[in-house]
Design a protein around this ligand. Structure first.
Ligand SMILES: C[S@@+](CC[C@H](N)C(=O)[O-])C[C@H]1O[C@@H](n2cnc3c(N)ncnc32)[C@H](O)[C@@H]1O
Length: 243
């Protein structure tokens, strides 16, 4: 039996995806409102910065992995225009349905696909940009997922990984207090689920820090990798270029 982590718990690798699915099945209906409450709206700023760094052009082909309720897919679709393509994907049907309904409310129809980042159903060298926002942390085999993202990019294409990261030392105490005391209570109050928000806090601590993730992108075949810290490292945007 090979084990991996699910938050601070150690679980059989085969069980992690199921446990992650239960988390997102549970939080999907209240996901957007919880994001705003937990981050005080900051996730919107982090995503806006990601869209700016993406610097998409009309006609570009984009794959949004773990796209959930569709924030990035929606913003990207406005940049690539009618001649471009944004494929909105996630492994979780409940998240994807919530996202698709939201996109429809904005008058945007995108190809929407349930798929596992570890087995992408796309040919090699197909996309100009691949994005994954707050999704990589939840994947069982991050190395395999990153290699898949590299595979489906065109040469010169870019991967953007937006994810929670390692906060600057002076803020750690207060950030830990907030994460382990406030988040689960907020989750209980708003989404009727404290366990999923405890998992969120734990999974952030188990996720590779900035430099470690940068090394993982290099190992996955990205020739040039850089990262941008946001809000003192609460989140970081990693950019990998397929050279
Ligand atoms: C925190 S949500 C992020 C949603 C959205 N990208 C955002 O930034 O608001 C994480 C998403 O990762 C998805 N996910 C987890 N494991 C995945 C995998 N192996 N392949 C694709 N998506 C996955 C979950 O289903 C969930 O929708």
């Amino acid at each position: 039996m090979t084990t991996t982590h699910f938050g601070f718990a150690s679980v059989d690798e085969a069980d992690k995806a199921r446990a992650v699915r239960q988390v997102f099945d549970s939080v999907a209906p209240r996901y957007d409102v919880m994001n705003d409450l937990m981050s005080g709206g900051l996730h919107r700023v982090w995503k806006a910065y990601t869209v700016m760094v993406a610097n998409l052009q009309e006609g570009n082909r984009v794959l949004d992995i773990a796209g959930g309720t569709g924030d990035l897919a929606l913003a990207f679709s406005k940049k690539v225009g009618r001649s471009g393509l944004v494929v909105h994907t996630d492994i979780n049907e409940a998240m994807l349905r919530t996202g698709r309904d939201r996109l429809l409310d904005h008058g945007v129809v995108l190809p929407t696909l349930v798929c596992d980042a570890e087995r992408l159903p796309f040919p090699d060298g197909h996309f100009d940009l691949v994005s994954v926002a707050f999704g990589l942390r939840n994947m069982t085999h991050k190395d395999i997922a990153l290699a898949e993202m590299q595979r489906v990019l065109k040469p010169g294409g870019r991967l953007l990984v937006l994810e929670f990261s390692r906060v600057a030392p002076p803020l750690r105490k207060i950030y830990d207090w907030y994460s382990f005391n406030v988040l689960p209570r907020l989750g209980k109050l708003v989404a009727g689920d404290d366990a999923s928000y405890r998992y969120l806090a734990e999974s952030i601590r188990m996720h590779p820090a900035q430099k470690e993730l940068k090394a993982m992108l290099h190992s996955a075949g990205f020739g040039h990798v850089d990262f941008h810290n946001m809000t003192a490292g609460v989140a970081a945007l990693h950019v990998g270029i397929k050279c």
